[in-house]
Structure formats: C-alpha cells, structure tokens
Design a protein around this ligand. Sequence first.
Ligand code: MLT
Ligand code: ZN
Length: 458
Amino acid sequence: VAADPLAEALARIVGPADCLTDPDLTAGYRTDWTGRFTGPARCVVRPGTTDEVAAVMALCAAAGQAVVPQGGNTGLVGGGVPRGGEVVLSLSRLVELEAVDPVGGTVVAGAGVTLAALQAHALAAGWDVGIDFASRDSATVGGLVATNAGGTRVLRHGDVRAQIRGVEAVTAAGVVVDRMTRLPKDSTGYDLPGLLVGSEGTLAVVTRVVWRLVPPAPERVTALFGLASYDDALTVLGEVRTAHAVLGAAETFGRAELELVRRHAGLAPPLRADHPRYVLLECEGRGAVEALARVLDGYPLVAETAVAVDAAGRAALWAYRERITECINAEGVPVKLDVAVPPTSLGRFEERVPEVVAGMAPNVRVLSFGHLAEGNLHVNLLDATEAEAEAVEGAVLTLVAGFGGSISAEHGVGIAKRRWLHLTRNPEDIAVMRAIKDALDPHGLLNPGVLLAPAADG
Ligand code: MLT
Ligand code: ZN
C-alpha cells in the first residue's frame, strides 16, 4: 500500500507511534461507544502537546483535510468518530494536571484527563468535581467540554459550562487561543469559554481548561424508593426540595430498566416488591441522613425504601442506575435519545412515548431512565431498523418540542440529531450559529456534519 504523504507529515509532528494508519490499530477510534456510528479514518493522530495540536491543525488546514476531534470516545451521538476519511485527532495524551489552586478553588487540566482522574486529583487536595457520571473512567475533560456534559450532579452544581472558567483552544487554522482566565470576575468581552463548551468540536479544539472545583460533601446518604408513578416521584422530590435538604442527585428508572439491569448485571432485587417507578435520591452535607429521614419518614407515597450511607452500600444502590447503559448495549445497538421536558410533564411524556412508538414500530422496545430533577430522560430504542429509527426519532422529538423540551439535554447533537435541530431552534437562531461556525472555521474542516449540516449542503 502506498504511504499517505499527509499521514507521514503528521507522524513527523507527533512521532510515528502516535500517528496510526493500520485499520486494526485505528478500529477503536472509528466506532462510537454505542456501535451505531462508524466510519473510515484517513489516520488517527495523537499529539502530546498544545503546540503539536496546533501544528497538526495547521497542516490539515493547508491540505484542506477535515478533522474529527476525539476524547475518550464515550460519546453517544456520533460526534467523535469519523464519517468518511477524516483525520481523527485524539486528545488522549494531553493529560497534564496542575496542582489545585486552594485560594481560587480551580485546577488546570488537559483535554485528555479522564473525569475519574480529575475527581481523584481534586479529592486528594480536599476538593471535589461538580460533575459525575458512569463513564467517568474513560470520558475526558475535552469531551465533557465539547458536549457540555451533564450527568447526575447537575441539580447541585450545574452543567459543565458552569464549571469552566478558562480554556485554551486551537483554531481550525492552527492558531492557539489562550483564554486561561482564573478570575471569578471577568467581564471583558465575549465569553469564549462559554461558547466553546457545547460546541462539539466544530469551532476549535479545546486543549486545556481552568476547571472550577466544589467542596466535597462531608456526608452523603443514598436512598432508593419504590413508587407508583412519575407524579408521585415528583411529589417526593418537591417535598425534599421544599425542606431544603441539600440534594446531590435525583435519578429515576422504571420496572423494565430494573429488570434489564438485574438480568445482565446479576444484581439482587433492591427492594422486596416490584414498583412501577424507582427514584434514587442522594442528600449531602452535614446532617444529610437526618434531613432525608425528617422529610420522608412514614411519608405515604413511598412504598418502600433502601438507604445507604457507607461507600459500598451507596455504590450498590447506584449500580441499579449507573449500569443501565451498558446493560442496554448488551441487548443490542440502541438508538439513544437524550431529551428533556419540564419535569412536571414527565408523567404525560412517559405515557405518550410508548404510544407513539407502538403506532409506528410495534416491535421496537423502549427503555427510559434518567435525571428526574432536570426532566432529562434517556429514551433508548432497541430492535429498530434504520427506517423505523428515523421515523420514531422524528415523532418522539416532535413530541418533546411540543412539551417545550430539549432534543439534546446533555449528550450533544452530533450526527444523530442534526436533522432535528429545527424542532427546538428557530431559523434565526440556526443562522447565528452558522455565522459563528463560518467565522471560526471558514473552510468547514472541524468536525463537518456535526451539529450543523456541512456548508455545501446548505
Ligand atoms: C446516563 O445518564 O446514564 C448517561 O447519559 C448515559 C446514557 O444515556 O445511556
Ligand atoms: Zn444521562
């Protein structure tokens, strides 16, 4: 096979061991975590410094070569894998972690640092990270920033955008933009960090960030409730919130998801009886146990509760929620919808989804679970043909829009949901996004086709 001159030039920048062309070696970078999105790559390049990222981008820009930035490849919307011969730019070697700044409560982290490594680093310095989710061991800072990731602690600490104070990024032309501000107050001009968070690798390649840390919770109590319905779940959540107990998480799943996770993960039943709805609540702060008990002791809506305060017991309860994703994948390649509706609409939304799906694709199985407090439901479809998937996606997302919801609450738009952007963003809004894209990436080389259609397609 004739050598690729671009790959050879990239290898001279990053070293031959970090420019991969062999299909066996690039395989893990070309297919996404769900197995639904896959494509050929021209090569995979893994720079070890910001300057190498800049040199890679400059070379690709000169060659008119499209680039797909990639973090831990745990994305669920096809936004981090190639579609047709792009260069995959893996940021996995940018693992720099500076000492925690105890006065500012921040830490500088490279794009390739995993969420778990960031958490361990923060905890060792007496701080914590305001973001958490199940793929913490693989998901990286760069990917979290690119998707404005959410997870299970958003109700307490906000999304990734709320954690990021400064960024360093490389433009499509290969220019390093340094906005590594550590200042909590800085009203000087456009909010570049805010713009790059959630830009899904379409505006610039994030190489480093200033991450704002949070105080660790001195105590945590995790409780799993069995309930009759979504409406009861929301009533319980409202009760806890009104009592001003410090809520760290409020997650939910149903009977079918519990059955799946028990079957695949071999877990014992968490409660004595079966319930239509489960809610996992976590309260934190001093007196968390008493606070939760005060609110819910003898509360009539709660049919059954399991409570844990020690790490092992809490992890055992979290497993019922956190392992749902991998257990769905064990059943087949899912179509994943990541929507949000106003929490008070969850009950009606949850009723309508199976009706909509059954009307279009009777054999398709629906599993849904997610983040109760934000109304962020992960609607997963199994056994759908591509045609069914498209029809059902459109119908469910139209339903979401009708509820005043979001078609992408935390996973990003990626390739998967681009065609549905118009459901929740009007033409003027999309035109502004397009103008921003064109200003930063005039030749459309950064992650083409993600979020917005490639320019040539209109
Ligand atoms: C979760 O909340 O578990 C994640 O967003 C992953 C998923 O949606 O499967
Ligand atoms: Zn989620």
